[in-house]
Ligand binder design. Structure first.
Ligand SMILES: Cc1cc2nc3c(=O)[nH]c(=O)nc-3n(C[C@H](O)[C@H](O)[C@H](O)COP(=O)(O)OP(=O)(O)OC[C@H]3O[C@@H](n4cnc5c(N)ncnc54)[C@H](O)[C@@H]3O)c2cc1C
Length: 477
């Protein structure tokens, strides 16, 4: 069985070379500042051993027949896509936010699809290399990042038009044994606690941009790689411990300062015609995952809104019930879009099933454009306390505790500690650094809403719709 324990994952990180920069220091991966973030990924290993989740999280490798973690698998059926979506929703509930590891799942799927298409068209051997890499990745139950978003410089200019060509990651040198790359990628979730950076293209490219058309895998501590990181986690608790406060997230600017990548880890190099296909194939897989994670976030917002209304004694107020119902509709429509994308998925030449893009884009769009509305509902029902309540220390201090217990009371059936716990959770979840992070992630992670609109419009057959109108109106061509 190629499944690691959470402990083995943590131990493995300790052996990596220190190249994570945070708070003015170059830190090792067992630095306490990373602990909440690492807990999130460790949870994906814990659930593989947990009878409650094992059936969702463990699957079988189509390459080796061994049991593997679903996060390290590729989807070779509709059922695989449905299970991934369900797994993502379920695990996001448990950590109270982004489970993160699906990024790499979606990236290996995208590379699997497109490397085969390049080989089919050009007689290259990227897919063969990729399958060897995938075997290694699965056997060692590795964690990867999606290193896609180039820093991009002036948004109105193409890669080859930028003042500095390094604003998109590019090949500097092609050698007998591999390539040398230079540039940087932005916003890379899990940067400091992955084993491998899985690097793919951001956009369509033109013929003169073939040096920017690259995809590869590189150990996150390879020579020349720097993970310049921002960590976001909830306020630590002293006594009022809660599951939510154990987990966090980090993003890195991943710098590639003349990094050597051996050929066996290169999955695209110069095939500019496939750059857009790779970028969009990842986006489709990842927007499909969003149809699992975003409903989970809406579930949390919905449950929290309903619970705080109940604690406040206004659980049956018609306007609140109405707003909570809206949250139900958003959550289930986004999830339904993911189910539709799964059931209408098609097999690609690699054997990997690709979700139906229209539906995953519609689901992701609906989620992205509703995220602030969802927080708005929670904020309005919660009242102002999550933003003003004194710290936990004041609740612990015998001089002030009795006051805080007496004056937090609402529904007298609910004891003060529960009231404190709920309002502290709302404060940490929505009125905090990680609350702000989740809102930005809800808009931009997996591609901003404008990108989904472009994705939908570019493949939608509007002529068919016009023809329906012509038929109904009796217009004959
Ligand atoms: C929390 C979080 C986690 C993320 N994790 C990852 C990750 O793990 N890996 C990864 O690769 N990426 C990741 N991303 C990146 C994410 O995909 C991008 O944020 C998203 O694609 C938008 O790119 P950008 O942030 O560079 O914004 P910009 O490109 O600056 O876009 C901002 C806005 O500018 C406008 N705009 C941009 N370009 C043009 C143009 N050419 N013409 C007209 N208008 C334009 C659009 O209105 C757009 O919405 C993450 C993002 C967030 C917020």
């Amino acid at each position: 069985m190629a499944i690691k324990t959470a402990e083995e994952y943590r131990e493995g990180l300790k052996k990596m070379k220190p190249n994570v920069y945070v708070g003015g220091r170059c830190i090792k991966r067992d630095d306490p500042i990373l602990a909440p973030c690492i807990n999130t990924i460790a949870y994906t290993f814990e659930t593989a051993a947990d009878p409650q989740f094992r059936d969702l999280v463990v699957t079988t490798s189509h390459l080796t027949g061994e049991k593997i973690n679903r996060f390290a698998s590729v989807n070779t059926s509709v059922d695989d896509l449905l299970k991934k979506q369900e797994m993502v929703r379920t695990l996001c509930h448990q950590v109270g936010g982004c489970i993160q590891r699906c990024m790499a799942t979606d990236t290996i799927n995208a590379i699997g699809v497109v490397s085969k298409e390049i080989d089919d068209a050009k007689g290259t051997e990227y897919h063969k290399r990729f399958l060897e890499f995938l075997k290694y990745y699965q056997k060692n139950d590795l964690v990867g990042s999606t290193t896609q978003s180039d820093v991009k410089g002036d948004r109105s200019k193409r890669p080859h038009q930028q003042v500095d060509p390094d604003l998109y990651l590019r090949v500097l040198e092609r050698r007998k044994d591999g390539i040398v790359v230079r540039g940087a990628k932005n916003h890379i979730t899990m940067g400091p606690y992955v084993h491998e950076h899985l690097v793919i293209t951001t956009r369509t490219l033109t013929k003169e941009e073939s040096d920017w058309a690259i995809a590869f895998a590189i150990p996150a501590d390879a020579d020349g790689v720097k993970n310049i990181t921002r960590v976001t986690s909830p306020r630590p608790r002293i006594e009022l411990k809660a599951p939510y406060n154990q987990y966090g997230v980090a993003e890195s600017v991943v710098v590639f300062d003349n990094v050597f990548v051996p050929w066996e880890r290169v999955f695209m190099c110069g095939e500019w015609e496939f750059a857009g296909r790779l970028a969009l194939t990842f986006a489709d897989f990842h927007r499909h995952s969003y149809c699992g994670c975003k409903p989970a976030i809406t579930d949390i917002i919905m449950g929290t809104t309903a619970l705080v209304a109940e604690y406040n004694g206004v659980g049956n107020a018609p306007h609140i019930r109405d707003e909570v119902t809206e949250l139900m509709i958003i959550a289930e429509l986004v999830y339904a879009a993911g189910i539709a994308a799964s059931t209408k998925a098609h097999p690609t030449s690699s054997g990997i099933y690709e979700p139906a893009s229209i539906y995953s884009n519609c689901g992701r769009y609906l989620a992205g454009t509703n995220i602030y509305h969802e927080y708005d509902v929670l904020t309005s029902v919660a009242g102002g306390l999550p933003s003003t309540m004194p710290f936990e220390q004041e609740w612990l201090n015998p001089e002030t505790k009795a006051y805080l217990d007496k004056y937090i009371m609402r529904n007298p059936q609910i004891p003060p500690e529960k009231q404190h716990r709920l309002f502290r959770f709302i404060s940490d979840f929505s009125c905090s650094a990680i609350g702000g992070w989740a809102q930005y992630a809800g808009v931009h992670g997996g591609g901003s809403p404008i990108m989904e609109k472009i994705g939908i419009r570019s493949q939608y057959d509007l002529e068919i719709k016009k023809n329906i109108t012509k038929y109904l109106a009796g217009i004959k061509e």
